[in-house]
Ligand binder design. Structure first.
Ligand code: MLT
Length: 270
């Protein structure tokens, strides 16, 4: 059963989903989604584990405009996760995310490495944006401001899902579109600005001493398998899983394969 809870910490109320009981596994969602993207994994938590999926700042049904000082950063999002863990009286956990969720994971690792007993890096990359990537972000910011989440969904969908999903899983593109259209334009803009300004996390890879699961869809165009292989080579205790017939949203595109890889990692490594 997936539980949905609201909790106030650091003056902000946020929703988190959780399921199971046991050692905590924190799953941070991708852009521009909410904790709901982890429902397939929350519905199949292995025995002895508790999966916790919070909405990051600016996303989810309770999202309000960012009210911090200055532009939203990935450090702000990580600090918010840190406060949630304090509020839940969780000192240590396996922490990870998919794509932007993993960018937030890197930021949290820099701020609070002692929290990590394991790390999950799904469909992501450690590098900062390239100059072309930054130009693309600025265009997406304009698109979000003028056309809202629907325009962002239109632009992102072709790259988010792999060709196999687009050809063989017709239910998924409209579902992913709906998920994006439920988000707020200001949350989307805030996250784009945060990702645009993020630092290079490559120098941190060698400092990750806990077991890590690096997982990627073999059809991921946004953060391709070469990025996953590079992270795997630089993290001492890492396991690399390449999921066939999955694109960037591998946890949604091949939920069974993703959940199995996650369960195998938890039960055999930790
Ligand atoms: C995501 O899936 O979180 C985004 O595609 C990440 C990004 O745009 O870099």
């Amino acid at each position: 059963m997936v539980r949905e809870t609201r909790i106030t910490a650091g003056g902000r109320s946020r929703r988190y989903l959780d399921a199971g009981s046991g050692w905590p596994v924190v799953l941070l969602h991708a852009f521009p989604f909410s904790a709901d993207m982890w429902r397939p994994q929350l519905e199949r938590v292995p025995e002895g584990w508790r999966f916790i999926a919070p909405d990051l700042i600016g996303f989810g049904p309770d999202a309000a405009a960012w009210s911090g000082a200055g532009a939203l950063t990935l450090d702000d999002m990580a600090a918010d996760v840190d406060r949630l863990l304090d509020a839940l009286e969780i000192e240590e956990a396996i922490i990870g995310g998919l794509s932007m969720g993993a960018y937030v994971t890197f930021a949290l690792f820099r701020a609070a490495p002692q929290r990590f007993t394991g790390m999950i890096l799904a469909d992501t990359r450690p590098q900062a944006d390239t100059p072309e990537g930054r130009d693309g972000r600025r265009k997406m910011i304009e698109r979000a401001q003028s056309g809202g989440p629907a325009a962002v969904a239109e632009a992102m969908l072709p790259k988010l899902l792999g060709p196999t999903t687009r050809a063989r899983r017709p239910v998924l593109p409209p579902l992913v579109r709906q998920m994006i259209e439920r988000e707020r334009a200001d949350g989307i803009v805030g996250a784009l600005e945060a990702m645009l300004a993020r630092p290079d996390s490559t120098p941190d890879l060698g400092r990750i001493g806990c077991p890590a699961l690096v997982i990627v869809g073999d059809e991921d165009e946004i953060t391709p398998p070469a990025d996953a292989a590079m992270m795997h080579n630089q993290i001492a205790r890492s396991r690399l899983v390449v999921l066939p017939e999955a694109g960037h949203l591998s946890s949604l595109e091949v939920p069974d394969g993703f959940t199995l890889a996650l369960s195998d990692f938890l039960t055999s490594n930790l």
